[in-house]
Every structure is written in structure tokens, then in C-alpha cells.
Write a new protein. Structure first.
Ligand SMILES: NC(=O)c1ccc[n+]([C@@H]2O[C@H](COP(=O)([O-])OP(=O)(O)OC[C@H]3O[C@@H](n4cnc5c(N)ncnc54)[C@H](OP(=O)(O)O)[C@@H]3O)[C@@H](O)[C@H]2O)c1
Length: 316
């Protein structure tokens, strides 16, 4: 089968022929229709986890995807061949990933695909939307609070804006002028352009009383720390970049969190229900065929992605 893979860390991913994987006990084999791209995918092929878990090569890229179950392994009773599913497929120890014509997933890592979405749209959902949902839950966002989302135009950010808005919060979001209408449509009450002048200055002018929650999805340690100055005493600051000095911030009465996402089938099912009820949406920015995945990865790495990128593998 065709797959986008690397043969060593740091290599540019290429389309290559690799064997179709076999589902083991508790696993399913999925004929992939589409894969979703996340920054995590190229961080992994750069070697982010090389000292943490064993990797098999060739290493097929990609975690998120959607398709149709082709076969089920021993002991799988809740999923059947022919069912449309979406979820996460990355398996570093076996070299498996979602940018491939077939991929194996643990039965506990995929769920029924949202019925109202195409499989391409569904592939854009798992990692970013589960992260956004869990971030807003962890922050216990409540009606009447004011929250800032730095990185609101990305896959995670678009979700955080929607889930925080659904909780009744006042949402301040970063976006360049061209994407300001989009984040407003998703639920942002105020939009600031992070390329125009420092985010902290703009937010302080709008909210001198201080913010309740900061969701920082993109900034480095310096940017994150500067943004925490915008919080009221007792405010909460969450980063997806692992850059929070939790103890130092606690001394300043900021509850900081180096957020690490946890995925689950229950959450995939919850998201599918929200998507089907049109209470949540995911916008696909770019769709490319498998043989252009490497260019799409380069675009994402260069920070040029505006929302989700989907790799189209099969189907209409
Ligand atoms: N810790 C975890 O569990 C976890 C889970 C999921 C994701 N993540 C990480 O979270 C980050 C965001 O993920 P994603 O999927 O949303 O990425 P993404 O889709 O690539 O989005 C990043 C967005 O941030 C914007 N941006 C970049 N620099 C900015 C700045 N200085 N100020 C404001 N906006 C800025 C970009 O828009 P412009 O081009 O307009 O700047 C872009 O739309 C990634 O680093 C990812 O690896 C971590």
C-alpha cells in the first residue's frame, strides 16, 4: 500500500510502498479515506519522542484519520467491518500512522464517525478538538468569565473559542484581520491582531480589570509569562507548549497548567454528537492528495496553516 513515511528522524516525508498492517487482538484495520494533519505529526518525525518510546521504521506519519473498517482483530465486538470510524492511529512502536491507504487502530482509539460530516471533515477533528474540549473543561470556564485565546485561528484554537463561548464566557481571540470574521463567527466577542502590536498591550487596554483564564496555544515561555500578567489574582493560565513555570506563577497567584491532552472513545463520541447536532464545527482549510502531503507538512511547519489541513486518501 501507499503511505507517507520517513526512514529516519528529521527526513522529509515521502510517499512509499509499505506492507498493509494486520490488526492484532483488540485492534481494527481501517481503509483510510482521509487523514488530519497536526503540528504533533512533524514534531514526532523530527524526533520529539525518540528518547521516550521506541519507533519502528519506516515510520508512517500522522495520528488523526477517518475511514471504513476493513477487518477486526480478536476480541473486538463493538466495531464491525463496513462501519465508518474516526480517531487516532499513530503507533510509533510498529511504525503505523494515518497517512496511509490502510491503518491499524486500537478499538479504544476510534469511534463512529459523525454522520453529518464527510470522512474528510471527520479526519480534521480528533486531536485538535479533543484538546480544545479538555482545555475548556480543565479551566472550568464559566458564564461571566473573560478568557483570552492566543492562537485562536489554529485547529485547537477554533475549538477553544467555540467551547468557551458555549460555556457563556466572554471570549477574546487572536487573529489576523483576514481571519477575524471567522473567529467572531465561531464565538469570539473581541478579536485582536497579534501581528499588529503586542497582544498584552491590546488586551490590557480592552480589559484593565484583568482576565479570568488564558489559553495560550502557541507562545514560548517569554510570551506566555507576559500574557499571565493580564490575569486577575487567582486567574488560570493553560499552555499547550509545556512552557509554564508552575511554582513561580503560583507565587504570583496564577494557577498555571502545562496541559497534556488525554484522548478517549467517549470524547470522540461526544464530539461526534456535538458535530451532528451542529453545536460544534471544524473548518477544513486545505485538502491535498496523499502525494502532496510533504508540501502540506512543510506549510504547517512554516506556520502557514490557517485551521485544519486534510490529506485525502480515497473516496469522493
Ligand atoms: N500539549 C498537548 O497536549 C497538545 C495538544 C494539541 C496541540 N498541541 C500544540 O498546540 C499548538 C497549537 O496546535 P494547533 O493544532 O492549533 O496548531 P495550528 O493549527 O498549526 O495553529 C496554530 C495557529 O496559531 C496562530 N499563531 C501562531 N503564532 C501566533 C502568535 N504568536 N500569536 C497568536 N497566534 C499565533 C497561527 O495563526 P497565524 O498564522 O495567523 O499566526 C495558527 O493559526 C501546537 O504547537 C501543537 O503541537 C499540544
Amino acid at each position: 500500500m501507499k503511505a507517507v513515511a520517513i526512514t529516519r528522524f528529521g527526513e522529509r516525508p515521502e510517499v512509499m510502498e509499505v506492507p498493509v498492517p494486520t490488526p492484532g487482538p483488540g485492534q481494527v484495520l481501517v481503509r483510510m479515506y482521509a487523514a488530519g494533519l497536526n503540528p504533533f505529526d512533524w514534531k514526532v518525525t523530527d524526533g520529539l519522542l525518540k528518547d521516550v518510546v521506541p519507533h519502528a521504521f519506516p515510520l508512517v506519519m500522522g495520528n488523526d484519520g477517518a475511514g471504513v473498517i476493513e477487518a477486526v482483530g480478536e476480541g473486538v465486538t463493538e466495531l464491525r467491518p463496513g462501519e465508518e470510524v474516526y480517531g487516532q492511529f499513530m503507533s510509533l512502536s510498529t511504525g503505523g500512522g494515518s497517512f496511509a491507504e490502510f491503518a491499524v487502530a486500537k478499538a479504544g482509539s476510534v469511534a463512529r464517525a459523525p454522520r453529518g460530516l464527510t470522512l474528510s471533515q471527520a479526519a480534521a477533528v480528533p486531536t485538535a478538538s479533543m484538546t480544545a474540549y479538555n482545555l475548556v473543561k480543565e479551566a472550568r470556564v464559566d458564564a461571566g468569565q473573560t478568557v483570552l485565546v492566543v492562537g485562536a485561528t489554529g485547529g485547537v484554537g477554533q475549538g477553544v473559542v467555540q467551547f468557551a463561548d458555549a460555556q457563556g464566557a466572554r471570549v477574546v481571540a487572536t487573529a489576523t484581520a483576514d481571519l477575524a470574521p471567522l473567529v467572531r463567527e465561531l464565538g469570539a466577542d473581541e478579536v485582536i491582531d497579534h501581528t499588529a502590536s503586542p497582544v498584552a498591550d491590546q488586551v490590557r487596554a480592552l480589559h484593565p480589570e484583568g482576565l479570568d483564564v488564558l489559553f495560550d496555544l502557541v507562545q514560548d515561555a517569554g510570551g506566555f509569562e507576559a500574557a499571565t500578567d493580564l490575569l486577575r489574582p487567582g486567574g488560570m493560565a493553560l499552555t499547550t507548549q509545556g512552557v509554564a513555570d508552575v511554582d513561580a506563577l503560583a507565587e504570583r497567584e496564577v494557577h498555571a497548567v502545562n496541559f497534556q491532552n488525554s484522548a478517549s472513545v467517549v470524547l470522540l463520541e461526544t464530539l461526534a454528537d456535538l458535530l451532528d447536532a451542529e453545536r460544534y464545527r471544524v473548518r477544513v482549510d486545505v485538502e491535498v492528495p496523499l502525494d502532496q502531503a510533504a508540501e502540506a507538512v512543510a506549510r504547517n511547519r512554516a506556520g502557514l496553516a490557517r485551521g485544519k489541513t486534510v490529506i485525502k486518501i480515497a473516496g469522493t
